[in-house]
Design a protein around this ligand. Structure first.
Ligand code: ZN
Length: 435
């Protein structure tokens, strides 16, 4: 048998044995898997994590009392991995296996410094594929459906991971190029008019495809681009999104939403996910924002107490869907947090407000924010507007000022631009700029 065993399409969960596991049994499994990881760190050894364990006085695996004791171990952040790779190039001192035991390599996007290198063995990939399968199943996808995506490829491993996870699950995946240019977007839109996905495109670049389909005069329904939902707004202290990923370098498919309760069910048999107060190392109370901290379990290559420097909150009340795992909310990356006029908010919260203003969001929302310095000055926002009518433009500007003020409590200074002024990106656009 190649690939996973077929399931009854009506069953509620992809892997009921793990997803509906008794929580106490699951905790025992986590403790066992954590002890095995600690033993491997000490025996292999894995110097970066061995040193972190030593700082917590852990010299034998018995010295750590399981998941409840994790708080003692110092956190590891991205910069630690970057420094380790710089000190001992190219791999650093945090690998659990010889990199040549891996079968796939990916690098992070490197938006904040030299990209780090991730290596997956076949088993590491299988953990991601099974985790992704739980997510697709919860979302109602079933083997035999046609899906599409436009993730970047090559050294950035995200596209390959998504494509392979779809294939493992049994989906026919149309991998179109990221719409970096109008010509590339056109290739995708035209292809979707030939083979239309059952599940419409959904991703960072959705606006680009709508924009280009519009320019070409291709009806959105012909390309399966109708019924799309804009990404929901979220932010610190204002709800948050389901915690679905802990980054490709840590755990790409850490959990997924069931739709019956807020947040995403976490795949706890393969990770301990915590919202941590970095000053104490301990978890913050349930429902409060802490640093998203992940310890992966049962992989060939793992990360111990990895602090993604993103906001996360944990919810533990039982869920009627039948899954017994905790749920996680994601509140954004700390580096995307904007501070001005005495308030802090996520870029995505501002984006959600702009997206709600029709004059700005059709055919797609294109904007930039000048990074505020934390002072009292108005927040400078540039946004494209399609209409050339001066009255419509001034109404759009007034609406932007009043809606941002009412929602975020922030005064903005809006500069309206003509369409096609702001550079386009095929994946994640640069929204925060320095001038
Ligand atoms: Zn649920």
């Amino acid at each position: 048998m190649l690939g996973p065993l077929p399931r009854d399409p009506h069953q509620a969960l992809w892997d009921p044995e793990k997803q509906a596991m008794d929580p106490e049994q699951r905790r025992e499994l986590q403790d066992e898997r954590l002890a095995a990881m600690v033993a491997r760190i000490l025996e292999t050894p894995v110097p970066l994590f061995r040193d972190k364990l030593a700082q917590a006085g852990v010299r034998r695996s018995e010295d750590l009392g399981g998941v409840d004791d994790l708080w003692r171990i110092p956190l590891t952040v991205k910069q630690d991995l970057r420094d380790s790779e710089a000190a001992e190039p190219p791999w650093g001192a945090y690998r659990f296996t010889d990199p040549r035991q891996g079968v796939r390599l990916g690098t992070s996007t490197g938006t904040t410094g030299q990209p780090t290198i991730t290596v997956w063995t076949r088993k590491d990939l299988w953990v991601e594929y099974e985790s992704g399968a739980r997510n697709w199943w919860r979302m109602g996808y079933r083997p035999g459906m046609i899906v599409t995506h436009a993730h970047p490829a090559y050294l950035y491993g995200g596209g390959q991971m998504l494509q392979a996870t779809y294939e493992y699950f049994g989906l026919l995946s149309l991998w179109v190029p990221p719409p970096d240019t109008d010509e590339l977007a056109e290739q995708a839109v035209r292809f979707w008019t030939r083979v239309t996905p059952d599940i419409p495109f959904m991703g960072f670049a959705t606006g680009r495809f709508l924009e280009v389909a519009n320019k070409l005069g291709i009806p959105l329904e012909d390309a399966g681009l109708t019924g799309l939902k804009a990404p929901p707004g979220f932010g610190l202290g204002r709800g948050g999104m389901p915690l679905m990923t802990a980054g490709a370098e840590c755990y790409a498919y850490v959990g997924g939403p069931c739709g019956q309760s807020p947040g995403a069910h976490i795949h706890e048999d393969w990770a301990v996910v915590q919202a941590v107060d970095p000053s104490t190392g301990r978890e913050v109370p349930d429902g409060e924002w802490g640093n998203l901290t992940v310890t992966t379990l049962d992989r060939d290559n793992g990360l111990l107490r990895y602090d993604l420097e993103e906001a996360c909150a944990i919810l533990r009340e039982p869920c009627p869907c039948g899954e017994t795992a905790i749920r996680g909310l994601w509140g954004g990356r700390f580096k995307d947090l904007l501070a001005c006029q005495g308030t802090r908010f996520q870029l995505n919260e501002l984006e959600a407000v702009l997206r709600g203003i029709d004059e700005l969001s059709r055919p797609s929302l294109e904007y930039q924010v000048i990074r505020p310095d934390g002072g009292e000055d108005p927040l400078r926002v540039r946004v494209e507007v399609a209409s050339e009518d001066p009255d419509a433009r001034s109404r759009a500007a007034e609406r932007t000022v009043s809606e941002v003020r009412d929602t975020l409590g922030v005064i903005v200074d809006v500069e309206l631009l003509d369409r096609d002024t702001i550079p386009r990106a095929g994946y994640k656009a640069t929204r925060i700029v320095d001038s």
